[in-house]
Design a protein around this ligand. Structure first.
Ligand code: FAD
Ligand code: FES
Ligand code: MG
Length: 300
């Protein structure tokens, strides 16, 4: 099928007019163990993308659809970069692809772009692979004239990503590792507490990472009434607001994270519901990963 623009912002079809095959992986990097980045040829998405938006990717016809944040877009080179952690079957299969391989389809850019304005001092909190998702926000907020204080963390120093890139767009950067192998021995949230206790003027916090981390950030900033934005990561399917799978409750109202978000006011999010819904398919996810591992062993 020849490619076409399927509506004003979606580009989902393999192939483009002119016959150029698209969604080719042009560059692959391993940023840390189990965390990879792909620079993918995706002209339309690269031109349209704004910070905070994401794509839905499908590897092949039998593949499931997974959302990944656009960590970087390069309209001149017509590429986007996604960074993903191999946590289950699809991300593991994705990680096996090589430079020159293609993914079947990419839908995007999806989601509402983040609010980018001059707020004053913005603290960016990135946990694990969430650092890659926070990176475009940090760049855009810096460009808008904000002072950027970044806190990034991981389980250990080998799992820290984009430290250099984040450092370049930040006025101050703090590192935390759970095992103390680099920076503060503990959590990113400990550093946030310290900043607040030191009366650092904070106008906004943007936190992206594991749900437990985002919830803790919300709990820390709520009593101080510091506006806090989190990027929610419920299970998504169509990612266009049609199926309802990504339903979350924010301020007592049902929202679809794919079309109303993924960014929301952290102080209004029902994190209990989000956590429960993220775990709905744990058994199925476990068994499909086991099947993939078994297939791999049989091939050896
Ligand atoms: P599975 O074993 O199938 O799932 C592992 C866990 O991932 C599940 O328990 C569930 O909580 C979550 N998950 C599974 N399927 C989906 C799905 N279809 N949609 C959302 N979550 C799912 N991860 C990154 O590494 N980098 C990113 O930039 C990134 N951006 C995201 C942006 C958004 C808007 C959302 C909603 C999620 C994002 N994720 C990102 C999470 C990523 O989509 C999941 O890690 C991935 O879908 C897991 O698939 P799997 O088959 O490898 O693992
Ligand atoms: Fe279907 Fe959001 S993923 S409504
Ligand atoms: Mg899966």
């Amino acid at each position: 099928m020849q490619g076409r623009t399927c509506n004003s912002y979606l580009y989902i079809c393999k192939g483009r007019p002119g016959g150029i095959k698209t969604f080719k992986i042009l560059r692959k990097k391993e940023l840390a163990q189990g965390i990879k980045s792909f620079e993918i040829h995706a002209p339309f998405i690269a031109r349209k993308n704004q910070p905070g938006q994401f794509v839905v990717l499908r590897i092949d016809e039998k593949g499931e659809r997974i959302p990944l944040t656009i960590s970087k877009s390069n309209p001149e080179e017509v590429t986007i970069t996604v960074v993903f952690q191999e946590v289950g079957k699809t991300t593991r299969q994705l990680g096996m692809l090589r430079e020159g391989d293609e993914v079947l389809d990419l839908v995007g850019p999806l989601g509402r772009p983040s609010e980018i304005e001059k707020f004053g001092t913005v603290v960016i909190v990135g946990g694990g692979v969430g650092t890659a998702e926070a990176y475009p926000e940090a760049c855009a907020l810096k460009k808008a004239g904000n002072k950027i204080i970044t806190i990034i963390g991981a389980r250990s120093k080998d799992l820290l990503i984009l430290e250099k890139e984040m450092g370049e767009v930040s006025d101050e950067i703090y590192i935390a590792t759970d095992d103390g192998s680099k920076g503060h021995h503990g959590f990113v949230t400990d550093i946030l507490v310290r900043l607040i206790e030191a009366h650092v003027k904070i106008d906004r916090v943007v936190a992206i990472g594991p749900t437990a981390m985002m919830r803790r950030v919300a709990d820390i900033t709520r009593p101080h009434q510091i506006k806090t934005i989190v990027s929610l990561n419920p299970i998504m399917l169509d990612a266009t607001g049609m199926c309802g799978v990504c339903r979350v409750v924010v301020g007592g109202e049902t929202k679809f994270a794919c079309s109303d978000g993924p960014a929301f006011d952290a102080h209004l999010v029902d994190f209990n519901l989000l956590t429960a819904r993220q775990r709905i398919y744990l058994e199925e996810e476990k068994s499909s990963l086991q099947k993939l591992d078994k297939r791999g062993q049989n091939l050896r």
